[in-house]
Design a protein around this ligand. Structure first.
Ligand code: ZN
Length: 732
């Protein structure tokens, strides 16, 4: 495979965490995969020679604009074109979320893309508002377009997965390494000239390492050091990338006791670390601090700010001070430095570059196409690409303000929202049904946002009148919950009560009886447990590996797609897989769904209305007309009989165009329902009075539990764009 690496200043011996990372990682990657070629794109300003090589890597130095805002992006843009048209690279490995802005271009040019996420650059203080917004878009490009995302710190990986659950399967944590300093032979390098050059004495100075940028917090360290009046010197190793005010102010503090060494070569840094009495890292923002790992390996006591990536190194509480707390830092550097000793063996064992390279190579391997599985894989990819494009679309709609400008045409009279599960967040890699699940906190957020945006939350019964009467200034919102899950009672109902919000629960009567099959949940649980998924399809046998999360998603899509196309065969396949995996279908139904008693109690609450969702939750369009008529009419009469009140509304199971059509709309009308809901997304307009048995709903999708997506959905703009301005999208 031809690999091109982008986003760093250059290597070897170029200052910076990303640069050290690449300098250590890629020679090892070359060793592991000698047949692959690795080309590193460097920047002219740091490596003036155009072509060189280093430990089997080819290094190409490309031009770029100057200045902190444009340097990275112009160099990366050059690099992407070079990679595609000169190098014919198959894989682009981008470092950092700034360079990841070019990920969509790389994908469009047909290359595979890996992004290593080193830190939340948009929190860096050196950037202004615009640069921060652009970097946030870079983060969005990372999760949307990269085939794989590698994150160097565990807490950053967890946060990324939580914020972008739809991308979680592609995000992996692989730390930085620390073992590169061990390779040097310490005893041969006792060069006291180095200390003399900076006027230092053994164990008589404090050291800190990093670029002279605000987020490294060196200003705090200088202030604390000056206030401490101790018999040590302070050495800050590192240079400024760009001559700016911050760096100038910092360098202005240089004195006999505060020394700025500028950038130094690796061996000089090691010598300086080795004789230091204490290493301090006062930073406000890190990915995974290589400088601290280097200090630990050099056996220097370590003191660092208590930001999460620093705490992730797992040192004793003694080794940390509150970030930005100059007084605590002053107090701590006045103590005996020996007390800040760290467990070097733990660091060496945990942060081994060989392990980092092996893990990274595994990720490369998953990108090599396996022709035998191309079909299901492309299926899984297109699914997730759809979600990725949605997310990017929501981001773009709110970022451009389209939700504000267009909502008056797109919002209609209001919106009917569709919910399924409401329950606390659970971290799971393989959760294909996550779309159906939101947290109680997000439900609370939805209700708050509705109020903030001026929506009236009304009962479903009031919709027809709202459409008939003169438009009011305030749009309406209706809350509907499908299937009859117990978590609606446990987690949704308290939140809804707090907001005095009326809601409708659409129940499937078989589920209330503890019969019925939640086959999509059976399938998820079965595939989660199985290593191989074998089922028959159209007379042949399909045999899929199901070990990794990606494979499991592909297998799920394959069985799910088959079931939607041929329900009888598919249901049998799910039943067989569930039996193989030891999943008991009835247990899922009784565990997840409400029983009759509970629904009877809910039905008595004034804010709750119960609607029908058929007897057995079939894909109606695939059933005989007599079955459809029975499913629609008998669920209504059964509910009315058992609950002792009229049931006026119906939600069709699945509700998309392949599951429900004109025949079902007619039967629902004939059965006496006032309205019936589909799940094709859209807002509600007066035109829908002629289509009351096909009212669109907007699903509160568990993959997009954030305010941006919510604002876009409530504006109606995504559906308006998708339907190219048409309001009623069903066929007559
Ligand atoms: Zn349903």
């Amino acid at each position: 495979m031809k690999v091109c690496v982008l986003g760093l200043r250059g290597l070897p011996q170029v200052m910076g965490g990303v640069e050290t990372h690449c300098e250590q990682l890629f020679p090892l990657m070359k060793n592991l995969n000698p047949r692959d070629s690795f080309t590193i794109i460097a920047r002219k300003a740091y490596l003036p020679r155009q072509l060189s090589s280093y430990q089997g890597l080819k290094i190409v130095s490309l031009p770029h604009a100057h200045g902190k805002h444009l340097e990275t992006i112009t160099n990366t843009a050059n690099g992407v074109l070079y990679a595609r048209f000169r190098l014919h690279a198959e894989l682009l490995h981008l470092h950092g979320i700034g360079p990841a802005l070019l990920a969509p271009v790389a994908k469009a040019l047909g290359m595979k893309v890996i992004v290593t996420y080193h830190s939340r650059n948009y929190e860096h203080r050196k950037w202004n508002f615009l640069a921060r917004s652009v970097l946030r878009i870079g983060e969005l490009c990372t999760v949307t377009f990269a085939d794989r995302v590698i994150v160097v710190s565990q807490c950053l990986a967890a946060s990324l997965k939580q914020r972008f659950p739809w991308a979680a399967a592609r995000i992996s944590f692989i730390p930085n390494g620390a073992t590169h300093l061990i390779a040097f032979k310490w005893e041969n390098r006792f060069d006291d000239d180095v200390l003399a050059r900076y006027g230092l004495e053994d164990k008589k100075y404090i050291i800190s390492v990093g670029r002279l940028v605000p987020e490294k917090g060196f200003h705090d360290l200088c202030q604390a050091f000056k206030a401490a009046h101790i018999a040590y010197k302070l050495v800050i190793v590192g240079a400024a990338d760009h001559a700016d005010k911050y760096a100038a102010r910092l360098l202005g503090q240089a004195s006999d006791t505060i020394i700025f060494s500028g950038f130094v070569a690796h061996d000089v840094l090691e010598r300086l670390l080795q004789s230091a009495s204490l290493f301090v890292l006062p930073s406000y923002n890190e990915g995974l601090p290589i400088a601290a790992l280097e200090a630990a390996v050099a056996r220097v006591p370590v003191l660092m700010s208590d930001i999460e990536p620093n705490r992730e190194l797992g040192f004793q509480p003694e080794n940390y001070f509150r970030v930005g707390d100059v007084d605590e830092l002053r107090h701590k550097i006045m103590q005996e430095h020996e007390r800040y000793h760290v467990n070097r063996d733990m660091i060496v064992g945990k942060y081994d570059w060989n392990l980092v390279a092996a893990e990274t190579a595994k990720i490369y391997a998953t990108l090599q196409t396996d022709a035998g599985r191309r079909e299901t894989r492309s299926n899984a990819r297109s699914m997730s690409l759809k979600h990725r494009i949605f997310a990017a679309g929501f981001g773009a709609i709110t970022a451009t303000g389209a939700d504000r400008c267009l909502r008056f045409v797109a919002r209609g009279r209001g919106v009917i929202l569709m919910f399924h599960h409401v329950r606390p967040w659970r971290t799971r890699e393989f959760a294909p049904n996550r779309v159906l699940e939101i947290t109680p906190e997000f439900l609370d957020g939805v209700l708050t946002e509705l109020r903030r945006e001026g929506f009236d939350v009304i009962p479903l019964d009031a919709v027809v009148d709202k459409l008939r009467l003169e438009p009011s200034r305030r749009p309406f919102a209706v809350l509907t919950f499908d299937d009859g899950y117990r978590d609606n009672l446990e987690h949704a109902s308290p939140v809804l009560r707090q907001h005095n919000a009326p809601w409708t629960l659409f129940v499937t009567t078989d589920f209330l009886d503890g019969r019925g099959r939640l086959w999509w949940l059976e399938l998820e649980e079965a595939i989660a447990r199985l290593d191989r998924v074998v089922f028959s399809r159209n007379g042949g046998l399909v045999d899929l590996a199901s070990r990794t999360t990606i494979e499991k998603h592909a297998a799920f899509e394959a069985v799910y797609g088959h079931l939607r196309a041929r329900p009888e065969e598919g249901l049998q396949a799910v039943a067989d897989l569930a039996a193989q995996a030891g999943v008991r279908p009835n247990r899922l139904t009784t565990e997840c769904c409400l029983c009759w008693d509970e629904v009877q109690i809910l039905a008595r609450e004034p804010e709750v209305s119960i609607g029908a969702h058929t007897l057995s939750h079939p894909i109606l369009a695939k059933c005989q007309a007599t079955t459809v008529a029975r499913e629609i009419a008998e669920s209504k009469s059964l509910l009315e009989r058992r609950l002792g009140r009229p049931v006026r509304h119906l939600a069709y199971p699945f509700g998309d165009p392949s599951a429900v059509g004109l025949r079902e709309f007619r039967l629902a009308r004939q059965a006496g329902y006032a309205t019936a809901m589909i799940s094709r997304p859209g807002h509600v307009f007066p035109e829908h009075l002629a289509h009351l048995h096909a009212l669109p709903r907007v699903s509160m999708n568990g993959l997009f539990q954030d305010r941006k997506a919510l604002r876009a959905l409530l504006s109606g703009v995504p559906f308006w764009i998708r339907n190219r301005g048409r309001i009623v999208t069903i066929d007559r």
